[in-house]
Design a protein. Structure first.
Length: 327
């Protein structure tokens, strides 16, 4: 079941670039070809340093048996394995994939923290990255959105590090790892259900032979570097033109480009937010920046924002700002 030495070395280099070689890492394994390949590669590259978990979402009758199949593979590999069961008050009937994703990361994050793992690795690969890029392109996303998935981030809703060491690998590469290991992956029927956007994008990408998923994934990586450069410029703008006092942020625009303004405003709202998700969506952020540039006033996320020569951000009256949001 051990992959070829060159394949293991390729994976080891990709993982070592993301986290220290002596770190203990958890892997999320659904039983599909991508995650099984991740499991096999991780176990070979870091023997004794890997633990695995499988989520039983409770949305399909076969889910438990599939999780137990993963457990048997882990036993053969000598990798500790845990089945994490979702507990729904009411099973989702709409936005199923998104709600399942949130629950999956919540459970995996808690599990990784309880096990004392340094990070959680998922099996997202170059084809996934290309699909994500195209989905966001169709929505009119900016640089940050088009940068798609990052090799290193934080698991949504948790504080655990999230690693994606396979973003440079193609789906076919991972299927070959499974074949060579003598493994038969499970097939999730939702991956063929064209009610889901990602499935439709995947089919369209397969039909468009002139589109190269690997090249699209490289473009996403280049945009991630551009996003880092913009963040660097935002830090300079913030350091020179923003004043912070307890509960108040003041910004005097310096003629910076619109994208820098958007990020300054987003950061100010995120620091003071007392309601809902602190991140502003693209359209509402654009409207807020336009309002402030015109000297207007608006309230978002519990933050009162006033434009003019100097833009002011304060918690709205009658709202209490959580102390743990302070820096």
């Amino acid at each position: 079941m051990v992959p070829a030495a060159a394949t293991v070395e390729r994976f080891r280099a990709d993982l070592d670039a993301l986290i220290a070689p002596d770190a203990r890492v958890g892997v999320a394994v659904s039983g599909g070809p991508d995650s099984l390949a991740l499991l096999v590669l991780a176990a070979a590259a870091r023997p004794g340093q890997i633990e695995a978990a499988t989520i039983d979402h409770g949305l399909r009758d076969e889910a438990r048996a599939e999780a137990e199949k993963v457990a048997s593979v882990c036993e053969r590999l000598g990798v500790p394995h845990t089945i994490l069961a979702a507990r729904w008050g009411e099973k989702p009937a709409t936005a199923i994939q998104e709600r399942a994703r949130r629950e999956r990361y919540r459970l995996l994050g808690f599990w990784a923290e309880e096990q004392g793992l340094a990070a959680l690795a998922t099996a997202h690969h170059a084809d996934d990255q290309a699909e994500t890029f195209l989905m966001r392109l169709a929505r009119g996303s900016g640089v940050r959105g088009l940068a798609a998935m990052r090799p290193r981030s934080v698991a949504p809703g948790t504080g655990i590090k999230l690693l994606r060491p396979l973003l440079g690998w193609r789906r076919a590469d991972l299927e070959r790892v499974c074949v060579d290991a003598g493994l038969t992956p499970v097939r999730d029927p939702s991956n063929a259900d064209d009610r889901f956007e990602r499935v439709r994008i995947r089919a369209a990408l397969a039909r468009a032979e002139w589109l190269d998923p690997a090249a699209i994934a490289r473009s996403a990586a280049n945009l991630a570097e551009a996003d880092k450069a913009l963040d660097w410029a935002v830090r300079l703008e913030w350091d020179h033109h923003v004043k912070e006092r307890r509960g108040t942020i003041l910004y005097r625009p310096s003629g910076a480009p619109p994208e820098i303004l958007r990020r300054i405003v987003s950061r100010a709202v995120r620091k003071l937010a007392t309601e809902g998700e602190s991140e502003l969506r693209g359209a509402e952020l654009s409207r807020l920046v336009a309002t402030l540039a015109d000297g207007g006033t608006a309230t978002l996320r519990g933050v009162l924002c006033r434009g003019g020569v100097e833009w002011q951000f304060v918690p709205s009256p009658n709202r209490t700002r959580p102390v743990d949001n302070l820096e």
